[in-house]
Design a protein around this ligand. Sequence first.
Ligand SMILES: *[C@@H]1O[C@H](CO)[C@@H](O)[C@H](O)[C@H]1NC(C)=O
Ligand SMILES: *[C@@H]1O[C@H](CO)[C@@H](O)[C@H](O)[C@H]1NC(C)=O
Ligand SMILES: *[C@@H]1O[C@H](CO)[C@@H](O)[C@H](O)[C@H]1NC(C)=O
Length: 432
Amino acid sequence: MVRPVRTFEEVLNISVGITVVGIINVDEKAQTLTTVIWQVLQWKIAGLSWDETECGTTRVSILRENLWVPDIHITEFTEEDKSPITPYVYINSTGFVYDDKLVRVASSCRLIIYTFPFDVQNCSLTFETYLHDTVDVTVTQSTTAEEVLEESLNEIRTEGEWELVGVDIVPTLLILDDRNYSQVIYYLTLRRRPNLYVVNLLIPSCFLVTVDLSSFLLPPHSVDRSAFKMTLILGYTVFLLIMNDLLPATGETTPLINAFFSLSLALMVASLLETVLITNIYFNSDQYSVPPHWLSVLMLKYLAVLVCIPPKIKNNKVTIFLNQAMNTISSRDLQNMSRGGDEDADADADADADADAEKPSPERVLEELKNVRQTLTAIRLQLDKRFQGTKRSQEWQEIGMVIDRILFGVYIIFISVSFIIIISIWTWESSY
Ligand SMILES: *[C@@H]1O[C@H](CO)[C@@H](O)[C@H](O)[C@H]1NC(C)=O
Ligand SMILES: *[C@@H]1O[C@H](CO)[C@@H](O)[C@H](O)[C@H]1NC(C)=O
Ligand SMILES: *[C@@H]1O[C@H](CO)[C@@H](O)[C@H](O)[C@H]1NC(C)=O
């Protein structure tokens, strides 16, 4: 009925030992860890002993409720104990009680999922007496941390997502006002097995980014490239929606993997925008004005070399008029050229008919030749104008090509750097 000590000044030493036999669940949202442990309590009943040979046994089992049992509990408990009830304890011939029972522990644990799916969690199980302070009862560990780990690894039954990688035991004293309570804290270190997430989340995501990267090899002036990238973004969004269920959620921290996904999506969007820009340059550049001199020099002379585009040899063909009279051709003539082409053709047809009828006089031939020359010059001028327009848009297109190459390089560098940073954070944080 009372604490089994010889005198009440004596402190009862209770040793606690655990063996982890199952890791049932780690719930990130509820911040709980569910484990199954074997919990062994041992203490001595002072003054109880018997002679082994005379009684014929070294130990007997008796009902636990017939004994004084310490009120040891786990402070992290969040649910009532649903473990099966084991009614018996052993007492050996020197008076030691051996109380072994199975406990299903649903304990609260601060789970940090920043490095998900490469996270390592550190959860504690604190054993202490509820009522008795250090004047009456002290709690000690019965085995070393290495023994606990070794035995647990031998006995563990459920091989789920989590792997037990370490155990720490820290005996401490809880000091409250005027009373001290002795405690033993078991720290369980659990590591997540990341394979599922690597195969289902990271590798497909990397594939999509690689495809996006390779789409830079498509010619920028075909509309296909932007359509291709658009489809990729759509596919990635669907992928994210499906995979959202696999990601853990807590309000506290955002896992780095979410940043990884956002980054991948952002890169895809950025490369789509870049494609829109380049396509615009390719198709609308004949409406742009001449590119500013500094821009063409910077782009075509320096940056082009940087991105390995050989500089083009410029063809500076310009029409020069030897006959000053020809400069008098006005824009009215050009308009006549384009509008009144049919009239001229009729006139020519008439002329031919006349030629058949009678021999042309030299004046008339001269007149005709002058007409032809005028027409040819007009055509030449028109062509020059067109040619200059194409030259302008060609320059813009070259600039566009250089920009495309530069942004491709920047994209590759950015992807490599950010992925290397993320991967090193993962390896660094999970290197237990
Ligand atoms: C309990 O342990 C303390 C030190 O660990 C020791 O001094 C004391 O004698 C022990 N008490 C009993 C009843 O064995
Ligand atoms: C009784 O149990 C204690 C603690 O486990 C042990 O030290 C002791 O040797 C045991 N006595 C016998 C007779 O087995
Ligand atoms: C777990 O946390 C406790 C307390 O913060 C610390 O003493 C212990 O070393 C940690 N264990 C590991 C493996 O980090």
